[in-house]
Design a protein around this ligand. Sequence first.
Ligand code: KG4
Length: 342
Amino acid sequence: MSQEIVILGLETSCDDTSVAILKKSGAGIEILSHLSLNSEKVLALWGGVVPEIAAREHVKAIAPLVELALKEAKLNLKDVQQIAVTTSPGLIGALLTGLHAAKTLSWMHELPITPVPHLWAHLEAVHLTYKVEYPYLGLLVSGGNTLIVKVDGPNLIEVLGQTLDDAAGEAFDKAGKMMGLGYPAGRQIDELAQTGDENKYSFPVSYLRDRPGKMSFSGLKTSMRVFLEKKPEAPLNDVCASYQKAIVTTLLEKVQEVRKLHQLGELPIVVGGGVACNSGLRKSFQKKFPEVYFVEPKFCSDNAAMIAHWALRSPESKVSFPECLSLDAKSRLFDKPSARIP
Ligand code: KG4
């Protein structure tokens, strides 16, 4: 019989402070509590993420959230056997808050800590809902990262494609800002796009045919600025639908390109990260690919359930002495074709 483990996960890589308590037993993985506090309303006052302010919001939120999560799970800290914490990538001040909270809890009860690479946790969150076999082809689309990877296990990831500049989420957020939609704007653009005509306006897709797997969204962003200068009165729903189409087309084309180039057409596709909530992306991928799984929306944006869950799937990553943990703010562009977490 497998041993029962109660794990407490912490996520503070950007603007979500999130705490989750998960239990793994012979019956599987159960989420006992999962609480998140988003600082986007505070950050919106500054027009987006200000790293220092995001870090300060985590400092305020983390201890009460841990207390509330334990209360909701009807547990004490002494019932927890392991801590999981995001250590890469993210804003360094924000990551530091989570890591120090993890180390403090570990020190109090001599608990092992699992450092979690949150990009892989985004994709692996698919297993919280679906049974997906390895290997699979993963598309990770979040606010700060856009990657196409082959996943052979929680810690066996090969990077096959990536953005050369902005992330897909950034392309949504920056365009939203230009349209006066506030921050972050992905969800609003998605909602407006649902009543718009995606063929009304033409936004550029960077095919980069000579660079398979490579994506670029910065030109698209600029095209939105130029468009709004020329057509400030254009109906926003049509603008959003047309702009979203360019992002979705880029992602669809690049996943197809990578599948073909590496002969991975047989693999299931998993899509994770905040932008995986996008309804246009979901529809297009479901139409195009025979086997595609989207991470459930509640586990798409940064959250601690996926962090604790990844740690449970990767027991070999656990470290008993937390002092050796380090942070990595920049994992956005991988230099090597294959990126394995050490
Ligand atoms: O995964 P996440 O929390 O960010 C990082 O880990 O970086 O995702 C946040 C991103 C934001 O850019 C937000 O605008 C985008 O996900 N997003 C969406 C939607 N919902 C959230 N983008 C497009 N359509 C949506 N429905």
